[in-house]
Design a protein around this ligand. Sequence first.
Ligand code: PGA
Length: 236
Amino acid sequence: MRVVAPGDFGEAAAAAVVEMVAGLDAPVVGLPTGNTPGVLYAALRRLAELGAFDAGLWRPVAIDEYGGPRHHPCSNRAYFEQHWDAIPGARPVLQFDPEADDPDGDCLRMAEAVEAMGGLDVAVLGIGMNGHLAFNEPGSSLDSKARRVLLHGPSMTSARACWGEETPSRGLTLGLRELTGARAVLLLASGGSKAAIVQAAIEGPVSSAVPASFVRTAPNHLYLLDSAAGANLTLG
Ligand code: PGA
């Protein structure tokens, strides 16, 4: 676990993921969306503009997508256009297609694509208010693979801030097997609203009740927190 000052969070996140891909030629990197990683992408963009980071080497993979219209401004696709595609040299993100005729088949396509690339080298993850990882909601098994899921109430509440009345009830997500099976797992959490669930994930039982606790099962993992998100931790 690493705890940093809120103002240093973006730089620290970028440094952590760059450290995790060090030495890899074409790292397969699972990428999150949401409020938390915005500062990560901004920091990576600054590094790329300085020539200190070659985004073109990475093979980026979306970890999830809303089961709504693909081109909706609140889709993860739109998020990546704004935050990832703005990084000089960045390759297009491999993504779910929520409007595929067969969305379950589309999840299988993603699972097979990740497997064909040899699995994720690094999974960069946020944590939901209910402890979800990507859209692996509480109750998800550590063995779960990419699939379509029903979103739980807290995830829909967070989504409503952007989607409003159009909030999708489903999501498409990589499974906990693909995510926690990555060679390195980086979980990012910032802000005081995450303090309670971060404590449950790090200090509570490893359990499907809090999928983010499963990060602890990955041999190489790091919880990177800002001091507000880490405020409830009691262990040294
Ligand atoms: P947030 O989302 O960064 O917008 O809080 C995190 C998540 O749901 O994984």
